[in-house]
Design a protein around this ligand. Structure first.
Ligand SMILES: Cc1ncc(COP(=O)(O)O)c(C=O)c1O
Length: 404
């Protein structure tokens, strides 16, 4: 099937409203198709009520929509059961729940956790904080010279028998795709629980939890065409049972008295307070909408854009590319020699090219690369060839302004 880019792009009202902008900040958040906006709006207009606790039919209807959305996610990621899908506010919340929830249950003083130098701060700082509190050792997989995870070092660190391995599927700075399926198998063979940060990887292809075989997988709705404030913590039921809840109150409780409290069953045990009901409905709408499109055609289009952008940048003088183009999910980090990344981004902003500059919540990665930041261009399938041409021209102009 051919990819009808015009039809795909027409699904996003944002571009009609902002015809002069080129949006290349998709790794930060994506735009939402009409189906997602409509599903959220419809929820608030027709079905708004709190879930699970209401005696009235409206609440039962809202609960049904909310729980059907869980079924949609469970089917999308090929979970074994709906109980394996925990709603949360996003990847950050999920990773915080994991780092907190495994301490004291799985992780004891003297145990080890293994992460990588490529992680987003959300997969570093919760571990750092809780490991310190619990006397757990945090080890870090270093990078190769090509800014990939060093698999030889990974194997060496696995020999130290970490109890938990938590790594990203795709670098949010460089776009580099990591061999997580292979890493999961190696980590499991070494006896570790495995966590995959799928925030940037969830869009690579439809994730298959039974095939990937990890213990936990996390992602944010807003990076897969869904609303902000909703995300998913997938876990195998038996490993979810190991988690100590981070938050208490609401539907996660079965019985309370001052002599003690009994917690609810999964998935509710890990979902305290009123959830983001409309967000869950919106995320389910995003996944259903996405499945209507030919995934391989979408991926091919994005790869073509990446190639065009990468080759165009490589031809410009004074451009330092930090990303590699192979095994790349559609993100390019670069600098202009001798110039500050923020200046470059500001000059691009003046030409209505939306990019991101800085250390992208990945300071240890920049330390490993001996850089203090970069400009990041992140693509989505709704981007066009003409937009890449415009971006390259804009960067050329920035070069002229800065280097004369
Ligand atoms: C790899 C990675 N992990 C985690 C996160 C955190 O996601 P969120 O801010 O949606 O919680 C991000 C966000 O950019 C990310 O790119």
């Amino acid at each position: 099937m051919n990819f009808d880019l015009a039809a795909f792009r027409a699904e996003f009202a944002f571009f009609d409203q902002n015809p002069d902008w080129v949006y290349l900040d998709n790794a930060a958040t994506m735009h939402k198709p009409a189906a997602v906006v409509a599903a959220e709006t419809e929820f608030y207009q027709k079905f708004n009520a709190n879930v699970h606790r209401g005696a009235h039919q409206l609440s039962q209807q809202a609960t049904q929509l909310f729980e059907q959305s869980r079924d949609t996610v469970a089917a999308y990621v090929n979970a074994r059961s709906r109980e394996e899908i925990i709603w949360c506010s996003g990847a950050t919340a999920a990773l915080n729940q994991l780092a907190f929830g495994l301490m004291g249950s799985v992780l004891q003083p003297g145990d080890r956790v293994l992460i990588s130098a490529m992680e987003h701060h959300a997969n570093i700082v919760p571990w750092q904080f809780h490991c310190q509190q619990h006397g757990v050792q945090l080890d870090v997989i270093p990078l190769t010279v090509n800014h990939q995870l060093d698999l030889a070092e990974f194997k060496r660190l696995l020999a130290l028998k970490p109890k938990v391995v938590s790594v990203t599927q795709v670098s949010n700075v460089l776009g580099h795709i990591q061999p997580v399926a292979e890493m999961v198998q190696l980590a499991k063979a070494a006896g570790a629980l495995t966590i995959i940060d799928g925030a940037q990887g969830v869009l690579l292809q439809q994730p298959d939890m039974q095939q990937l075989d990890c213990d936990f997988y996390v992602f944010s709705g807003h990076k897969i065409y869904g609303p902000t404030g909703i995300g998913v913590l997938y876990g195998r039921q038996e490993t979810l049972e190991l988690l100590k809840p981070l938050l208490y109150g609401g539907e996660m409780i079965q019985q309370v008295s001052f002599s003690g409290t009994t917690l609810n069953q999964l998935p509710y045990r890990l979902e305290a307070g009123t959830p983001n009901i409309a967000g869950a409905v919106g995320l389910a709408a995003a996944l259903r909408w996405l499945q209507q499109w030919d995934q391989s055609a979408i991926a091919l289009h994005k790869q073509q854009l990446l190639k065009q952008l990468y080759e165009g940048l490589a031809q410009l003088p004074g451009i330092e590319l930090l990303s590699q183009s192979s095994k790349n999910a559609g993100i390019i980090a670069f600098n202009i020699e001798g110039e500050h990344h923020s200046d470059v981004a500001a000059l691009l902003d003046q030409q209505q090219i939306a990019v991101r500059a800085g250390s992208h919540c990945a300071m240890p990665l920049f330390a490993a690369m001996h850089k203090n930041g970069a400009v990041r261009l992140s693509l989505a399938p709704y981007n066009t060839e003409q937009e890449i041409v415009r971006t390259l021209l804009a960067i050329k102009q920035v070069l002229e302004i800065l280097h004369g």
